[in-house]
Design a protein around this ligand. Structure first.
Ligand SMILES: O=C[C@H](O)COP(=O)(O)O
Length: 292
């Protein structure tokens, strides 16, 4: 039995929500403008997990989605690629077979977006997605277990899913909108990282509020403290409701200021977004682009 209260005591967990809000507002008012550049927009594009998580997705719609990614370098030769394509697990194979060049294949899994199913089902779904070609697995924590203080079961579940991922990277979604307080977000970040998360991710995009700048600030702070204590670099993925270039620049600024330049690449920083890519392209080219 792990002592999670001892773990929380090792870190700064008694966070005040108003103070977090103030710190974020100060940081952005001082630092964000300098990052509103074409170079940063291009970097942000290269951080995107280009997402299609629709009830209406089908093999043919996902094939068409992948075809756009395949044709992108020909259409936009001066742009980097997105980092990955993110789909429901049953489409991992479609993406793998259709992609014409190596790219991350992220599958949401383990009862996404509610996490409300049997652990055996979560493990089977994850194993199948990995065997179908997913190189990244995005799972949601059991928010209910967290809120009732059942940290042990939450940890065990993530630990088993991490083992199931084998070489695939595990991204753990906290669903910060359901955790509500900065203190909860910090504690959930620590449990996810202790269980072996390669990335911690804010939200599923399936509930409101989705990603917030305050949640991002707290999670980046948790990643930094975890790195200082363990030497392990965990990635950060804000996701859900991030659609404008201005949003992207704000999240970029938080990561840059809290975690440093080392995190400003797609090994350690992703945007989970279904609508951001066209807006970044429009701001890079100075005209409306509706490619994706
Ligand atoms: O993981 C990615 C999110 O589901 C994307 O959310 P979004 O559709 O609001 O961009």
């Amino acid at each position: 039995m792990r002592d999670f209260n001892a773990l929380f005591k090792e870190y700064t967990c008694n966070l005040n929500d108003d103070q977090v809000k103030e710190s974020v507002s100060k940081l952005l008012s001082e630092k964000a403008t300098a990052n509103a550049t074409t170079e940063v927009y291009k970097t942000c594009f290269n951080l995107i997990d280009l997402t299609s998580l629709n009830t209406s997705d089908s093999t043919s719609s996902i094939e068409a989605f992948v075809d756009k990614v395949n044709a992108f370098p020909g259409e936009f030769p001066d742009m980097p690629s997105v980092a990955a394509i993110c789909v429901y697990p049953s489409f991992a194979k479609t993406v793998k077979e259709r992609l014409k060049f190596p790219l991350g294949i992220a599958a949401v899994s383990a009862g996404f977006p509610s996490s409300q199913t049997f652990l055996e089902v979560k493990i089977a779904e994850t194993a199948m997605a990995v065997s179908d070609g997913a190189s990244e697995i995005d799972v949601v924590i059991s928010v209910g277990k967290f809120l009732e203080g059942n940290y042990e079961e939450l940890y065990e579940e993530l630990d088993e899913l991490k083992a199931t991922c084998r070489d695939a990277h595990l991204k753990v979604i906290l669903e910060t909108g359901a955790l509500v307080s900065a203190e909860n977000i910090k504690k959930a970040s620590l449990i996810a990282m202790a269980a072996g998360a390669d990335f911690i991710k804010t939200s599923t995009g399936k509930m409101s509020p989705a990603a917030t700048l305050e949640a991002a600030y707290v999670m980046c702070g948790a990643i930094k403290e975890f790195y200082n204590k363990t030497g392990q670099k965990v990635g950060f993925k804000p996701a859900g409701g991030i659609s404008t270039t201005e949003d992207a620049v704000k999240y970029y600024t938080i990561v840059k200021e809290v975690l440093g330049d080392e995190w400003l690449n797609n090994k350690l920083f992703r945007f989970g977004a279904s609508r951001l890519a066209n807006n970044l392209l429009s701001d890079i080219y100075g005209k409306t682009v509706s490619y994706f």
